[in-house]
Design a protein around this ligand. Structure first.
Ligand SMILES: Cc1cc2nc3c(=O)[nH]c(=O)nc-3n(C[C@H](O)[C@H](O)[C@H](O)COP(=O)(O)OP(=O)(O)OC[C@H]3O[C@@H](n4cnc5c(N)ncnc54)[C@H](O)[C@@H]3O)c2cc1C
Length: 311
């Protein structure tokens, strides 16, 4: 019924009771009450207007590569922008790109055109919208270093353009993480470079990831933020947590800052494992780890769940 009401307001596809697991790289999560693929940007705005009037919770999904979804699912609307915001166009060193575009093919195309600047997100399996929201990156750089402006819906549903300085960028931080923001597209500024050199750099980064990260199993990248001056993975390993198991969720023996899904892990397993790891690291090193992983129901609820879990 609700799906029909949304379908009447928004061009695009709406599904009820859509399982969330397959929409995440961890492959965990129960059904969303509604899952929608707006057909274009006006349809995204219409969906946001509708869900705000209906007073239902709502979230935007990118590739789900930094997301943990509850086992019981989500009682609101999930928006996927792959169709509405799936275009990109190169204009010299500038790249206009939709939020739903995947990073991997974009980075390959930039390399083909001899454009550097995206090395920091090479191998990050997300969308442009997710990468901007998370200010994704590595020691080699982050999205904040290439973004010029972002076209978005603000929490009141108004179309706005934010310059780089208005994004409040920090380490895995941006204003776009606050509830109600929807990234629609962005302009990125890249740097001319030798295509072969860019390609060789990307290939060596991909190789390094394959050697050091458990890419053969479902995961969500780094679970914890690096504390200032240290590495979360080092702390987790030093606390003896590599290989630790809760149900089918395991601290990867290959990379201690990754949790892998061995088959049928549930969100409850991942949460219990995170709580256990955090307790051990606190006891061993006196450092309280902060999650980088996003919990679909919000970071405040995640913090409460981790505090409350006796693990
Ligand atoms: C193997 C692996 C390696 C990884 N390596 C790295 C790494 O090196 N560096 C790094 O920073 N991250 C890394 N990650 C984590 C993840 O890929 C990044 O955080 C990525 O930017 C998330 O993009 P996404 O499209 O999957 O976003 P999602 O996981 O779908 O969403 C992440 C957050 O952004 C929000 N969001 C997504 N799209 C939008 C939008 N259009 N508008 C508003 N909000 C939106 C979501 O609501 C959610 O809160 C890795 C993950 C994996 C699985």
């Amino acid at each position: 019924m609700l799906g029909g009401a949304l379908g009447g307001r928004m061009a695009g596809e709406v599904r009820a009771h859509e399982p969330l697991g397959p929409h995440t790289t961890l492959r965990i999560g129960g059904p969303a009450r509604l899952f929608a693929w707006p057909a274009d940007v006006p349809a995204v705005a219409a969906a946001v207007g509708w869900v705000q009037e209906a007073a239902l919770p709502w979230r935007v999904f990118g590739l789900g590569s930094n997301l943990l979804c509850p086992d019981h699912g989500f009682g609101g609307l999930v928006l996927d922008l792959a169709r509405a915001c799936g275009q990109s166009s190169f204009h010299g060193e500038r790249l206009e790109v939709g939020a739903g575009v995947h990073l991997a093919p974009l980075i390959r195309e930039a390399a083909r055109r001899g454009l550097a600047g995206l090395a920091g997100v090479a191998g990050v399996p997300g969308t442009v919208g997710g990468a901007l929201t998370m200010n994704a990156g590595t020691a080699a750089g982050d999205m904040g270093q290439v973004v010029e402006r972002v076209d978005a819906l603000d929490p009141r549903g108004r179309r706005v353009v934010l310059g780089r300085d208005e994004l409040c960028l920090g380490y895995r931080e941006s204003i776009l993480q606050q509830p109600g923001w929807v990234v629609l597209s962005a302009v990125l500024r890249l740097t001319p470079a030798d295509p072969e050199a860019v390609r060789a750099d990307l290939a060596s980064r991909a190789l390094r990831r394959r050697q050091t990260q458990p890419l053969e199993l479902p995961n969500a990248g780094s679970i914890w933020r690096n504390p200032p001056g240290d590495h979360a993975g080092r702390l987790v390993e030093a606390a003896g947590c590599k290989g630790l198991l809760r149900g089918d969720a395991q601290v990867s023996p290959k990379h201690a800052n990754f949790i892998v899904n061995l088959g049928s892990a549930r969100a409850a397993d991942v949460l219990a494992l995170m709580a256990a790891v955090r307790r051990r690291v606190l006891a061993c090193a006196g450092v309280r780890l902060v999650p980088e992983l996003r919990w679909l129901s919000g970071q405040r609820e995640l913090a409460a769940l981790l505090e409350g879990d006796g693990g």
